[in-house]
Design a protein around this ligand. Structure first.
Ligand code: GUN
Length: 279
């Protein structure tokens, strides 16, 4: 039976350490989260971010815009936050409504306040094998979790399923930085099952149940980033936990695996940006 990669336990320990660190600061970081529209999942995520930040003593402001806010108004607000010395971290919750260009939004946030690591400067640094100011939260959380269990990635075949800018693409680069041999699979991949069978490490970020235990190589490591509700309203990941945990050596559960690590990374990034801003 696989060892469970416990994201909650690691989150609790890392956030406790972060709280102690923040308690020693005279001035606290300020994280501003911009939420556009009424996407129910986004609302839950943003609320969790705010609550977690507040527990740590990070100033947290949520700016809520209606779905029909203009791109101009949003960009003006970002400019204002860029110039506000009190604001040390800016996050624009994704997805955005179709009439707003994500590219224009990311081009406007200054890299020094880009707590997601999504602006062109930070993405460019990451994809050049250089250090971005901060690393994207979900892939960073995945590596923190793998490191906690001393899972070595050097020379391993890591298969990333999904090619989003939030998870798949940055994850692939961060695994490459750890000297893994990386394959990126996506909706057009023809022989997914065959590729997964050769994986030492699978990071799946699709949001659909696509991986069963019998598809896996024995003793592989499974990181399940997918999260969605099934027809019965039960929270599920991309991987069938029961069958996969019989074949894998390590597996992250959903919920309780990567989710808590993403929010932990956001808090770590908020503090990193703050520390870099005040030197
Ligand atoms: N939507 C889903 N995940 C994320 C994330 O990590 N950052 C932002 N900004 N939006 C998201």
């Amino acid at each position: 039976m696989a060892i469970v990669l416990d994201g909650k336990k690691l989150r609790d320990r890392l956030l406790e350490g972060l709280k102690t660190k923040l308690d020693g600061f005279d001035k606290k970081p300020t994280l501003v989260v911009i939420l556009v529209g009424e996407n129910p999942a986004s609302k839950i995520y943003v609320n969790n971010k705010k609550k977690t930040a507040e527990k740590l003593g990070i100033n947290s402001v949520v700016i809520n815009y209606p779905e029909n806010v203009t791109e101009k108004e949003l960009l003006n607000k970002i400019e204002e936050l860029n110039n506000d010395k009190e604001v040390t971290a800016i996050l624009v919750q994704l997805p955005l409504p179709k009439h707003i260009s994500k590219e224009n939004v990311m081009n406007t946030i200054i890299p020094q306040k880009d707590v997601d690591g999504f602006t062109p400067y930070n993405v460019g640094k990451l994809f050049s094998g250089e250090e971005p100011i901060v690393y994207p939260c979900t892939p960073k959380g995945v590596l923190l979790l793998l490191d906690e269990y001393k899972i070595d990635l050097d020379g391993k075949h890591a298969v990333v399923v999904g090619r989003s800018n939030i998870v798949g693409r940055p994850m692939s680069q961060m695994l490459l930085n750890r000297n893994a041999t990386v394959t990126i699979c996506h909706s057009h991949t023809k022989n997914l099952a065959q590729i997964i069978k050769t994986a030492d490490v699978v990071v799946s970020a699709v949001g659909k149940n696509i991986i069963e235990g019998e598809m896996l190589k024995s003793d592989c490591v499974i990181v399940d980033v997918g999260i969605f509700k099934d027809e019965d309203g039960k929270t599920r990941g991309d991987v069938d936990f029961e069958s996969a945990s019989k074949t894998a050596s390590y597996i992250s559960p959903v919920p309780g695996g990567v989710g808590p690590m993403t929010i932990t990374s956001l808090m770590l990034n908020t503090v990193e940006l703050f520390e870099k801003s005040s030197v």
